[in-house]
Design a protein around this ligand. Structure first.
Ligand SMILES: NC(=O)c1ccc[n+]([C@@H]2O[C@H](COP(=O)([O-])OP(=O)(O)OC[C@H]3O[C@@H](n4cnc5c(N)ncnc54)[C@H](OP(=O)(O)O)[C@@H]3O)[C@@H](O)[C@H]2O)c1
Length: 324
């Protein structure tokens, strides 16, 4: 089978697209013919050895896939050959086939395109967990999303609206904000042109946002913490800007606010039942047409390195997917 392989740690240009052996399968596992593999920011880090989870070369990056079941281990009962499924894998997704642990394999709702579904579990799973279990977002509250046109950001805009929040989308260009608007954002802030703090204060009549979803970090984090409401929840999602912010804890004190860590991968491993319920809710929204996962670009599998390069250069909106 063909796969993208990281033979030495480094930038995307070091990746190779080559023939590799099919992975072996055990009794608790499922073999999947990959149709779509989601590309995520951590993929750009893991190939450089900069992610919290390390992988030793040679390895194939890629943490989420969807496709058709080719074979099922004897201990797996909930899916069968021919089913359309999504799955999470530690690595190995950017390939024509993956072998996934049965626990991480989820049947897709009828009619969901497996290419699009390949980019669904990680971003949408993260955002529902962040807003529901960690942020305790309530209908009528104001949600501020940074990096709102990115993979996890746009999913947070969509899910925030479905949970009944007023959503302020913040991003770095008019085009990115137009995309957020098209996906339901109520208010828009271009933080490349205006102060995030001042804009959010203005939009909330100086109260600030109740929940802040921050996958960007860096200086923006400091700025938005000055625009958090009483009892606010600042959700630490990630550091796409490349700098881990230091939080001025007096901001939390003054607003009776909380800074809340979100580590979706660990949540899935530690609380599998709650994670499964989250996916039932997400796939239910997809099946009823209330949630339309957005994929801005589909690359052929052979162009995985280019996809990662585009993500690093901040050119990507919504999700991008490799089509195997
Ligand atoms: N905590 C968790 O469990 C969890 C789960 C999934 C992902 N994450 C993290 O969430 C972050 C975003 O992931 P993603 O897959 O959504 O990435 P993405 O699609 O590339 O989105 C990231 C956004 O961050 C903004 N950004 C600001 N500075 C940037 C820079 N120097 N390089 C790239 N983007 C920059 C960009 O928006 P603007 O141009 O509009 O600023 C971009 O749209 C990553 O740090 C990832 O590790 C965390």
């Amino acid at each position: 089978m063909k796969a993208i392989v990281c033979r030495e740690l480094g930038p995307p240009e070091k990746l190779v697209f080559e023939e590799v052996p099919e992975p072996p399968m055990g009794p608790g596992q499922v073999r999947i013919a990959v149709q779509g593999a989601g590309v995520n920011f951590p993929d750009t880090l893991i190939i450089q050895g900069k992610y919290q989870m390390k992988a030793a070369p040679p390895f194939t990056p890629g943490a989420e896939v969807a496709g058709t079941v080719l074979a099922v281990g004897e201990r797996v009962k909930h899916v069968k050959v021919g089913d359309h499924v999504a799955a999470l894998v530690p690595v190995g997704g950017f390939a024509e086939q993956v072998v996934a642990s049965g626990d991480s394999v989820m049947p897709l709702p009828a009619g969901m395109d497996p290419v699009i579904a390949g980019g669904f579990p990680l971003a949408y799973g993260t955002s529902l967990h962040a807003l529901k279990q960690r942020g305790q977002l309530k209908p009528g509250e104001t949600l501020l999303v940074l990096g709102a046109a990115g993979g996890v950001g746009l999913s947070a805009v969509q899910i925030g609206k479905l949970m009944g929040a007023r959503v302020i989308a913040a991003a770095s260009s008019a085009d990115k904000l137009a995309l957020c608007k098209a996906h339901g954002a109520d208010e828009l802030v271009d933080y490349s042109k205006e102060s995030l703090k001042e804009a959010v204060k203005k939009l909330t009549r100086t109260q600030g946002a109740d929940v802040i979803y921050d996958p960007v970090g860096g200086e923006l984090a400091q700025d938005c913490l000055s625009a958090i409401n009483w009892n606010g929840r600042y959700l630490v999602i990630g550091f796409a800007a490349g700098t881990i912010p230091e939080i001025a804890t007096n901001r939390l004190l003054l607003k009776g606010a909380s800074a809340v860590g979100v580590f979706w991968g660990a949540f899935v491993a530690r609380e599998p039942k709650v994670s499964q319920e989250n996916f039932e809710q997400l796939f239910g929204w997809v099946a009823s047409g209330q949630l339309k996962p957005y994929v801005s670009k589909i690359y052929p599998l052979s162009q995985g390195a280019q996809a990662l390069r585009d993500m690093l250069e901040r050119k990507v909106t919504g999700k991008i997917v490799l089509k195997a």
